[in-house]
Design a protein around this ligand. Structure first.
Ligand code: ADP
Ligand code: MG
Length: 297
């Protein structure tokens, strides 16, 4: 049977925008020692802004942006939203055929009959498209994400975009550390230089980049093993925005989904749902869980 004050704890959590799906998760929150964070949309705003569009000799900037916007028109990925915003004109969906989204890579589609790719270096490698010699692998001095655009199998340009940490993210990390969380690691499918810059700004304990959605499960399993080997017997939470996150949410002791951007599938897979997009709510949840536990014990 569930002690009555668990209901009190769950009720109190729901009043501050944290949905806890059972007393056992409240218990795990009280014992949290490791937090694994997803980057995009969780620690960062997930609202990318196009900084510049650089093109090769063969295509104009507007043409590259038009093709990329059309190729990205069918996905809800935050990168796509930034490209559509920078394009700034209505997209002709009738011009888009053979659309496919490749998780952790990007998109491919036919736009007005030409074959368009928009995504990272991994996507180009997979599709056999060579990068131009002048294109530095990490996007030069640009600290953000690079979306390469290829047209009919040839590199046509790249769109440099930037995403910012949420104002509350550094606080969230600090507060959880003060509450006794020993290790906080960020996982991302984004490039290493982007991940390192954000991890440093937020004072995280570690980062793993260039991960495919399925690699995130393996990463959580490794972090979990390292944790047990170090003798930490508490609980591990994974916090994600829900885009491609359902398998990782299930693997963690406590899977936490951020409600704002989260998909229905993620909200269903999660044990705890943060109703807004504020990562610092997790610290509120941990304090609340601790108080509830004292009352039960
Ligand atoms: P994260 O792990 O940061 O949440 P994702 O797994 O969603 O990121 O994506 C990982 C990487 O795959 C992105 O940084 C980007 O390089 C590429 N990517 C994914 N979806 C798209 C898209 N729709 N358009 C362009 N690139 C994409
Ligand atoms: Mg994500």
């Amino acid at each position: 049977s569930v002690p009555l004050s668990y209901f009190g704890g769950i009720g109190a959590a729901s009043r501050v925008g944290i949905l806890v799906k059972g007393g056992n998760y409240l218990d795990a929150l009280a014992r949290l020692d490791t937090v694994v964070w997803d980057k995009t949309g969780t620690l960062t705003e997930g609202r990318f802004q196009v900084v510049t569009v650089e093109t090769g000799a063969s295509r104009e900037r507007d043409e590259v942006l038009r093709l990329a916007a059309h190729a990205e028109a069918h996905t809800s990925h935050p990168i796509a939203a930034s490209i559509l915003e920078a394009y700034g004109r209505p997209v002709d969906l009738g011009a888009v055929t053979d659309y496919e989204e490749i998780a952790g890579h990007g998109v491919r589609a036919r736009v007005d009959g030409v074959f368009v790719l928009a995504g990272n270096e991994r996507l180009l490698a997979r599709e056999g498209v060579a990068l131009p010699d002048r294109s530095p692998a990490a996007g030069g001095t640009h600290a953000g994400t690079v979306v390469h655009v290829a047209v009919d199998g040839a590199w046509a340009g790249r769109i440099l975009i930037a995403d910012q940490p949420k104002p509350a993210s550094a606080d969230a990390v600090r507060q959880l550390r003060a509450l006794g969380v020993r290790r906080q690691v960020m996982l991302t499918g984004d490039a290493h230089h982007v991940a390192e810059a954000i991890a440093q700004r937020l004072a995280l304990d570690g980062v793993r980049a260039d991960l495919l959605p399925e690699d995130k499960v393996t990463a959580v399993e490794e972090i979990d093993r390292e944790r047990r080997a170090a003798g930490r017997a508490g609980a591990l939470a994974f916090v994600g925005d829900g885009i491609n996150d359902a398998p990782v949410l299930t693997r963690a002791d406590v899977g936490v989904a951020m409600g704002g951007l989260g998909s229905d599938a993620a909200i269903e897979a999660a044990d705890v749902v943060i109703m807004d997009d504020n990562p610092a709510r997790l610290a509120v949840g941990v304090s609340l869980a601790r108080r509830t536990k004292r009352i039960v014990a």
